[in-house]
Design a protein around this ligand. Structure first.
Ligand SMILES: NC(=O)c1ccc[n+]([C@@H]2O[C@H](COP(=O)([O-])OP(=O)(O)OC[C@H]3O[C@@H](n4cnc5c(N)ncnc54)[C@H](OP(=O)(O)O)[C@@H]3O)[C@@H](O)[C@H]2O)c1
Length: 353
């Protein structure tokens, strides 16, 4: 395989971070991770700290980097959070535009730009949508930044030497800190605090959410699929749903999660995690001290708004993953095993008791 250089945009995210781990472990890749925070260079992984909202700074940083000049594959997984769906469009479309504008002129070996999307393309965040969602489903009423981003790549790819792919995961589960969307951490910290308080584990979502069908995407599986789509001829210039491959209901998963944390399960009780977990910072700090945990600020383990968002879905949230399988991607992950593995890893890293 010819040497490849990956520019991972959003390197400190739950998705970008796990993608870098995958590229490092699979070998054959030089990696440049891009984020505002930057990171520690190690082996073939280097970091570049730049604010992608700043068009000039992005162009200057990419032009000044000899490593970026070698880039063959861009993996775009940056994300700017905003309180409204309309508000997400300008910053997220702007960052992708700035990346494409800055990388194209300086990276003559550019082969591919991979875009991380999600089920928002199908309107999953708006209400009960047609399920299982297919990549070919018709679009919904804008604003929708994922769609705008894909259209940008389609326009820019016309006549260019590079190709694109778009990857559509379900809720992503993996290890990462300080991310606004990290469901595994929501559950792990919620369960750990329940245990500390001596109370049973209650599903905090809407009643219908407990029994609806849902699916997850393991961050490692997602990384594997993202690289597959970016490097496989038949996958070019297309979108793919990427899911673990099994479906579940929280009503059957919750007792397994409770058992891992050695907790009793009590009946669900709808509550806003953003409200009930807001006063738990002192308790968390005490837990960190008492259990000898890695000193992690409460804000870094709190994706409570994302928990409220996901646990509100009182309708099926599932997509058809067969297109990727037909094109040759056959990996899958058992979701129960995934949750318990992530919780075990969080424990081993002393992030939770
Ligand atoms: N997480 C999920 O469950 C999930 C599920 C489906 C789809 N998705 C989609 O996947 C994409 C990535 O999500 P994620 O959860 O991995 O996001 P994330 O954890 O919030 O990561 C975002 C990344 O973007 C970087 N970033 C943000 N603003 C930046 C800026 N101005 N300049 C440079 N870097 C910037 C962040 O690093 P710094 O903060 O250091 O800049 C971080 O590395 C999003 O489009 C999201 O909608 C996520």
């Amino acid at each position: 395989m010819a040497p490849r250089t990956a520019l991972v945009i959003g390197a400190r995210g739950v998705i970008g971070g796990n993608l870098i781990d995958h590229l490092r472990e699979s070998g054959g890749w030089d990696v440049i991770g891009v984020s505002r925070r930057g990171g520690t260079d190690e082996g073939r992984v280097r970091h570049l700290a730049v604010d992608l909202l700043d068009r000039d700074a992005t162009a200057e940083a990419f032009a000044a980097s000899r490593a970026v000049a070698e880039v063959t594959h861009v993996f775009y997984a940056a994300y700017q959070e905003r309180p409204t769906w309309a508000g997400l469009v300008a910053p997220n479309l702007g960052m992708l535009t700035n990346v494409v504008d800055a990388v194209e002129p300086v990276a003559p070996r550019l082969e591919h730009i991979s875009l991380m999307q999600g089920y928002k393309v199908y309107g999953a965040h708006l209400g009960p949508f047609a399920t299982p969602a297919k990549e070919s489903d018709p679009p919904h009423m804008p604003p929708e930044f994922n769609v705008d981003q894909q259209q940008l790549l389609e326009r820019r790819q016309a006549g260019a030497a590079w190709s694109w792919s778009a990857i559509r995961p379900s809720v992503v589960a993996g290890i990462g800190l300080g991310n606004p969307m990290n469901l595994a951490l929501v559950i792990a910290v919620y369960a750990s605090i329940s245990k500390e308080l001596g109370i049973p584990l209650r599903f905090p979502g809407a009643p219908g959410a407990y029994t609806s069908l849902i699916e997850m995407t393991d961050a490692g599986l997602l990384a594997e699929a993202t690289v597959w789509a970016a490097t496989t001829d038949v996958a070019q210039n297309q979108a793919f749903n990427i899911t673990n491959g099994d479906l579940f209901r929280w009503s059957s998963m919750w007792p397994k999660i409770a058992a891992f944390f050695e907790l009793e399960v009590a009946p669900p009780l709808p509550m806003a995690l953003t409200e009930v977990m807001a006063d738990k910072e002192g308790l968390w700090d005490a837990m960190v001290a008492r259990h000898g945990l890695a000193p992690t600020p409460y804000s870094d383990v709190s994706s409570w708004a994302f928990g409220d968002f996901v646990f509100r879905w009182d309708y099926d949230v599932i997509a058809d993953g067969s297109k990727a399988r037909r094109a040759g991607f056959h990996s899958y992950v058992e979701t129960e095993e995934m949750f318990l593995r992530i919780f075990t890893d969080l424990r081993a890293g002393r992030l939770i008791p």
